[in-house]
Design a protein around this ligand. Sequence first.
Ligand SMILES: Cc1cc2nc3c(=O)[nH]c(=O)nc-3n(C[C@H](O)[C@H](O)[C@H](O)COP(=O)(O)O)c2cc1C
Length: 328
Amino acid sequence: MTPYPCAHPVLLAPMAGYTDIAFRALCTRFGCDLTCTEMVSAKGLLYGSVRTAEYLHLGADEPYIAVQLFGHEPEVLAAAVRRVCRALGNRLCCIDLNMGCPAPKIVSNGDGSALLKDPELAGKLVSAAVQSSSVPITVKMRMGWDADANVAIPFAYIMEENGAAALTVHPRTRAQQYSGTADWSVIRAVKQAVSIPVIGNGDVTDGASAKAMLEQTGCDGIMVARGALGNPWIFAEIKAALENRPYSPPTDRERFLIAIEHAERIVAEKGEHGLVELRKHIPYYIRGTRNAKELRQKVNAVQTVAQLRDLLLDRESAKTYNEMIPNG
Ligand SMILES: Cc1cc2nc3c(=O)[nH]c(=O)nc-3n(C[C@H](O)[C@H](O)[C@H](O)COP(=O)(O)O)c2cc1C
């Protein structure tokens, strides 16, 4: 059973606080093959946290999804897996297990990348999840805890032996967090070592880097995180690059129109107060535009989509006008 809807998928990575229904829908619209929830606590799901259960809501136009779980107790994880399978039925493609999150509050509980230090427990978690699941179980991992412990290959073997259907490799250590560059040679080494699909992740920011990752690592698919923020077009760009088709980046006006659509989608899900959630996305949509700082402050004050539309589109008209009269 394959975890993905196609052989060489381009995937949206789980991103806590960002990969909500509205953002996932935009990425799908621009060609992303499969989106994922942010990491969801297995324990939170079981012990009735309403907020946690909300992570399992899908948008009306989301055909299917991957759900990412984190946890470190096999029985709790198994029960959470059963709950996710029941809740999402045939709209669920796969369940991914988080073995990469470096955040202190996660690793201090033995979750996320802490599991890289306990491969035996990590194997038990995968096995328990596989036995409880009606869909494939995948694992998203970093390459090790710190520079002295690149465990990528032995860890990948253990994941495969215990029934993981695919691996996503983000080749940084926990100690690196997000600094330095992702070491793609580790993705290549894991791909050569295991026989399940390997998805490459880390530092894909455009079509050229996606193509380079595929060529340099031989990975089966690509997962994009930060490169998609404020830039859901990246999926169209990557698809075009992989198929040797031309790609035209969006104009500023198109960027603003999508930011407005993003706002409309949030409001459709959560009501106008949901606009607060757009604040973290806006800096990404407007980066590189003139007076981005000032604009961000104004966007933070808007109360309605109509105000946002006026702000962004008026600004665009003003900009065009200023360009017509450069010193005017
Ligand atoms: C804001 C943010 C939130 C993230 N949340 C998660 C998460 O919930 N689960 C996970 O496995 N990785 C998470 N990650 C890591 C990304 O999925 C990805 O592995 C990492 O950013 C490297 O990919 P990139 O270079 O394309 O950004 C997060 C990253 C960022 C920047």
